[in-house]
Design a protein around this ligand. Structure first.
Ligand code: ATP
Ligand code: MG
Length: 424
């Protein structure tokens, strides 16, 4: 019986991994250009961490976590998101005492969701978090940074929605108003919502059930309940986005699926990927550090789904960079392989980043040329009897009808670099 992969957990094969590498490189490069430094975090954390941070009454904690008792009897969970671990690491390592940190991290996350396009059980996030920053300036900069990413990647099918959730106090007042309204239409609520009415009514606004849409749309909105300071914070954020010429719409029903947010929340969504349209989402979580046992520290961040980014990049016409060799060395005859290796290493020594594949496993000239063609290399470099004797290399363009030429081995690096457009 053939072994199967775990449902919802994908292999990322070589034909797409080049795109992944490219996008990972660009995202990292942009984050670092804004002063964010990498932090690498464990995949496993104590289960309690996620219960306390994400919230008990959330889809993730209620039904999506991969939780198990390790051999010592401790309950551990494969991380479903990165923020909790980031904050935990900040506390554990004493990074948060009168300090400010701009951090990024990336890697696999695990949620036992129903697998479908854009929704997997192991997926990958790129995550940025600013710890110790209270003002709307950092909220704006985080959004500007994401907008730069879309621009650099030629992605234009994204829309930005923002909202403010206010302070916990303001939210409590709003919560009462919301519960009052939802109770008045209780007979029309679905089961999930009825259950949440007591425990976490805001999450009803986040309901993915289309039958709940009408009820949700008629509900009171948080923005009408904002405290003065949060309203100012929100106004300043909008002004900064306006002057950076970033388009957004205000979605008063955007509450985000996790409990820890306050004030700013935002989401970049697309219509290009079917129903899994959220590509990058984030917000402020000023209360979380304290809740997890650290000294009160304001914080804000976003997370981006890499699978959705790859998909969207391709949907917007993005191409993956070529990973095929520039040249494929065909070597036939006594001592040919030794010279092939020497020529290949000399080319790799060069400063031009030339990618070389040497024919492995021998074979006739004809079969080696076939492999060269299949490799998608631009050129075949041919070492036959005559070339070996004369210390030359035959150079055959594989993607045009141009004739084969002969080049002295000691001129090969410069000549090939020039032909590939890699020399200054
Ligand atoms: P959704 O509304 O699609 O469930 P979410 O609100 O649960 O998303 P977050 O927890 O904010 O998502 O995670 C940030 C990003 O991670 C999302 O915007 C999305 O791009 C990606 N993401 C979340 N869950 C998955 C998943 N199961 N598979 C693939 N990507 C995901
Ligand atoms: Mg989700």
């Amino acid at each position: 019986m053939k072994p199967k992969a775990v449902k919802g957990m994908n292999d990322i094969l070589p034909d797409v991994s080049a795109t992944w590498q490219y996008l990972e490189y660009v995202v990292r490069d942009i984050a670092q250009s804004y002063g964010y430094a990498e932090i690498r975090l464990p995949l496993l954390e104590q289960t309690e961490l996620f219960k306390r941070s994400i919230g008990e009454v959330t889809d993730i904690v209620e039904k999506e976590m991969y939780t198990f008792d390790d051999r010592g009897g401790e309950s551990l969970t494969l991380r479903p998101e990165a923020t909790a671990g980031m904050v935990r690491a900040g506390i554990t390592n004493g990074l948060l005492h009168n300090q400010r940190h701009k951090l990024w991290t990336a890697g696999p996350m695990f949620r036992r969701e129903k697998p479908q396009r854009g929704r997997y059980r192991q997926f990958h996030q790129f995550d940025v978090e600013a710890l110790g920053f209270a003002g709307p300036d950092v909220d704006a900069e985080l959004i500007i940074m994401s907008a730069r990413l879309w621009q650099r990647l030629g992605i234009d099918r994204l829309a930005l929605e923002i909202n403010s959730l206010g302070t916990p106090d303001a939210r409590a007042t709003y919560r009462d108003a919301l519960v009052e309204y939802l109770s008045s239409v209780k007979s029309q609520l679905d089961q999930d919502s009825i259950r949440r009415l007591e425990q976490n009514p805001l999450r009803i606004l986040d309901s993915k059930n289309p039958e709940m849409r009408g009820i949700v749309e008629a509900a009171p909105v948080m923005l009408d309940f904002l405290d003065v300071e949060s309203a100012e914070h929100f106004a300043e954020l909008k002004a900064l986005l306006d002057s950076a010429r970033i388009d957004y719409s205000i979605n008063p029903r955007l509450v985000r699926g996790l409990d820890y947010y306050n004030r700013t929340v935002f989401e970049w969504t697309t219509d290009a990927l079917g129903s899994q349209g959220a590509v990058c989402s984030g917000g402020r979580y000023d209360g979380l550090v304290e809740k997890l046992g650290g000294r009160a520290t304001p914080a804000v961040g976003w997370a981006m789904g890499m699978e959705r980014l790859v998909d969207l990049y391709e949907a917007c016409g993005g191409k993956s960079p070529s990973i095929s060799a520039d040249a494929y060395i065909v070597a036939v005859g006594d001592g040919a392989l030794e010279q092939a290796f020497a020529v290949a290493e000399a080319l790799r020594d060069g400063i031009h980043g030339i990618r070389i594949e040497v024919n492995l496993g021998g074979g006739s000239f004809k079969s080696q040329m076939k492999r060269a063609d299949k490799s998608e290399a631009e050129y075949a470099l041919i070492l036959g009897e005559q070339e070996l004797a004369e210390k030359r290399v035959g150079l055959k363009p594989l993607r045009s009808g141009d004739d084969q030429t002969s080049i002295a081995q000691d001129e090969l690096v410069e000549t090939l670099a020039k032909m590939l457009g890699r020399s200054e």
